[in-house]
Design a protein around this ligand. Structure first.
Ligand SMILES: [Zn+2]
Length: 390
């Protein structure tokens, strides 16, 4: 296999030569390479480095597991770039990946802290029950097949980070695949990515519940191509029960755009909207906060100090997350609201200022450039959209 050396953050990595793995259209396709490395995820991994640093400060020393490591980029970057990592296991079941991981550990001088492993991810995790206080499940596709073992391998207190690249099923394009993998119904709406992220969190929490572990999101973000979530984990049946109380359903009326949130896993859902339209439902999913503002601020503060190549884009995402923390579940789309109000779209900044003036929560959202979050009622929102035309 032809390789090349790349630098990401403060880490050097030997990776498969991208020139050899292209689609017919000529784009680099990481999934074609025999060892997985996606250069486009540098943005996501930089944020992860700062998130791991923030967790290290909360928990003291970290024992990290990167069970689906590919070339080892996440596990090795955390070990090298984060202060407070006591030990890390960087694993991939492919023998070629294992050779690259060993090489990359040596290349970065972290052999004393990082250990390369060549096991099946689930086998490795079950063998290490209760051992890790930072776990990063970063699969190609869905993390669902590894969730049980990952929850079992978490220590009494820790953090579980997840990536899901199967955003189409989670966002409602392949509803049956979502039901099969995550046990929940998605829904195609203007905020379907948020619903997908909440379905992913809800699924992880129900699996963790089997292990008497509570998972609560500290930071979560989404793009078209992947969802990423960091959840604090705490062992204890009572905490796990409390978390499940904040799961429920979102009912959406296609006719007027109204949303109704129904907490509880066993609950009656509304069928007919006030406007006479019928509701469609998504869930079960997490209805609680996706972002802990204090945590997100600490991650942003750490990123500022690191001088990464993509820091401006990374900080702009985190600032949006900080702004929308504390807002209600589900956001609105400016163009959709303007269409329903029968006006041309107002300026998003002016609309948010007006809603705040009225005493409501209002913010932009990282999910969409035309999205905004508010606790104003639909009627108030339509009225403000009409007023802001004058
Ligand atoms: Zn309606």
């Amino acid at each position: 296999m032809q390789t090349r050396i790349v630098v990401e953050g403060w880490t050097k990595l030997k990776v498969p030569e991208p020139e050899h793995f292209r689609t017919r259209a000529g784009d680099y396709a990481p999934s074609l390479a025999r060892v997985f490395y996606n250069p486009h995820m540098e943005f996501c991994r930089d944020i992860s480095v700062s998130a791991v640093q923030a967790v290290a400060e909360e928990l003291g020393e970290l024992r990290i597991c990167d069970p689906l490591a590919g070339v080892g980029v996440r596990g090795i970057r955390y070990t090298k770039e984060v202060k407070g990592v006591l030990r890390s296991i960087v694993n991939d079941r492919s023998p070629e990946a294992f050779e690259l991981i060993k090489h990359n550990i040596e290349l970065n001088g972290v052999a004393g802290l990082a250990e390369a492993r060549n096991s099946d991810a689930n086998a490795l995790l079950w063998e290490n029950r209760g051992r890790f206080n930072f776990m990063d499940l970063d699969p190609f596709g869905s993390p669902a097949p590894f969730m049980d073992a990952a929850c079992a391998a978490l220590a009494r207190r820790g953090m579980l980070a997840l990536t899901a690249t199967d955003t189409a099923p989670l966002s409602g394009t392949h509803a049956r695949a979502c039901l099969r993998r995550y046990g929940a119904k998605p829904l195609k709406t203007e905020y379907c990515h948020e619903l997908g992220l909440r379905i992913l969190v809800g699924f992880a929490q129900r699996v963790a519940g089997k292990h008497e572990t509570a998972l609560e999101p500290a930071l979560a973000h989404a793009t078209q191509h992947y969802f990423r979530v960091y959840m604090r984990a705490r062992r204890g049946a009572k905490g796990a029960d409390e978390v499940l109380k904040k799961q429920g359903y979102v009912s959406h009326c296609n006719r007027c755009g109204r949303r109704v949130l129904s907490p509880g896993l066993v609950t009656e859902l509304p069928s007919v909207c006030e406007c006479g339209g019928r509701f469609s439902h998504a869930g079960p999913l997490w209805l609680g906060p996706l972002i802990d503002r204090t945590f997100a601020k600490r991650v942003a503060g750490d990123l500022v100090r690191r001088n990464f190549r993509l820091r401006y884009q990374e900080l702009s995402l985190l600032n949006r997350c900080i702004e929308e923390a504390g807002g209600p579940a589900t956001f609105y789309d400016l163009n959709e609201i303007a269409r329903r109000a029968g006006v041309s779209p107002p300026k998003i900044g002016a609309l948010i200022a007006e809603l705040r003036e009225m005493g409501h929560f209002a913010s932009r959202t990282h999910f969409s450039n035309t999205g905004f979050r508010t606790n104003a009622s639909l009627e108030e929102l339509l009225r403000v959209a009409r007023i802001s035309q004058i």
